[in-house]
Design a protein around this ligand. Structure first.
Ligand SMILES: O=C(O)CCC(=O)C(=O)O
Length: 307
């Protein structure tokens, strides 16, 4: 029986989202640490593995970033925000071997294999020097999969995160928050705004989707911030509303890298596909792989660039 507003579990749901998930975790032949992580992801949508990444490796990523910034000084200068801070850097793991080692961490990847029940790989990364202060959002429109929910955001702190720097925040248990279906949002936009071109309709659909997450998801659970130290790795469920809390000190660094991970055999799709693709079959493949690093396939998902 499923109550009003509850989502009927799909046959293709991630096993963590199925009604027998907790029993399956107890039966699993994995470490207690992995069981705890799976349990927290199933109930809260969020977990932290403490001290998984070596502190010196974290420091090396930051050193590499400064080397990159020196070698690309003009490009960096063109990518500052209104306060003079660098924007987020996409795919720095393709430039920095240290960052590649962070995002392909063997223990984290083994945990993802267990959570996906398939071999995991790295799609893209974002490296942040400062807190993002991003409003609560779901990642799903930007990392859509067929079957659904084959994605984890894997966020590593490269330094201890100060409370003033805008720590990660999330809605506890918010992965279960039921909102208007994204295809219905798009149909509504197409019906009500035929005057807009396809790109503007897409932007409006995303705004409406994000608006529902910001406005309504906090009623689904407590909004909490995560205390994270250098070398800790936070993992969130693809449907978890999360973001960056406001930074009291805007110039305080909050070095971190988030890797977007999926099973090797499942592709990640962007928001045009998320809002337009119908049916259970996946759209055509859209990217291949560059190489293997640390035993993991690394997707050919674009150059190192600010965004
Ligand atoms: O690092 C943060 O503050 C938030 C990151 C985030 O929300 C994301 O990468 O989706």
């Amino acid at each position: 029986m499923f109550g009003f507003g509850e989502k009927r579990p799909s046959l293709k749901a991630l096993w963590l989202d199925k009604p027998d998930a907790l029993a399956r975790i107890e039966r699993s032949r994995v470490s207690d640490e992995f069981k705890t992580a799976a349990r927290e992801l199933s109930t809260d949508g969020f977990t932290i593995l403490r001290g998984v990444v070596d502190g010196d490796l974290c420091a090396k990523v930051i050193d590499d970033y400064y080397r990159y910034a020196r070698e690309n000084a003009d490009y960096v200068a063109q990518n500052l925000d209104e306060m003079g801070r660098e924007k987020r850097l996409v795919n720095f793991h393709l430039w920095s071997e240290a960052e590649l080692a962070v995002v392909a961490n063997a223990k984290v990847m083994r945990l993802l294999d267990y959570l996906f029940d398939e071999k995991a790989c790295v799609y893209t990364t974002l490296t942040f020097k400062y807190g993002t202060q991003q409003p609560l959002h779901r990642d799903t429109p930007h990392f859509a999969t067929w079957p659904e929910s084959r994605f984890f955001g894997v966020w590593t702190a490269l330094e201890d995160v100060s409370a003033e720097a805008g720590p990660l925040m999330y809605v506890k248990g918010g992965q279960r928050f039921v909102m208007e279906h994204h295809r219905d949002i798009m149909r509504r936009v197409q019906r009500d705004r035929p005057d807009l071109g396809p790109q503007d309709q897409l932007t409006l659909a995303l705004d409406l989707y994000n608006g529902q997450v910001i406005q309504d998801s906090p009623s689904a659970g407590e909004v909490v911030t995560a205390p994270i130290k250098r070398g800790d790795v936070a993992i969130w469920h693809p449907q978890l509303p999360h973001g960056g809390s406001p930074a009291v000190d805007q110039m305080r660094s909050r070095w971190s890298v988030v890797a977007h991970c999926a099973p090797e055999a499942v592709q990640l799709y962007m928001m045009d596909t998320f809002f337009h693709h119908d049916g259970p079959e996946p759209p055509p493949r859209r990217y291949g792989f560059l190489r293997k690093a640390h035993g993991r396939r690394i997707a050919d998902s674009g150059a190192t660039a600010y965004m």
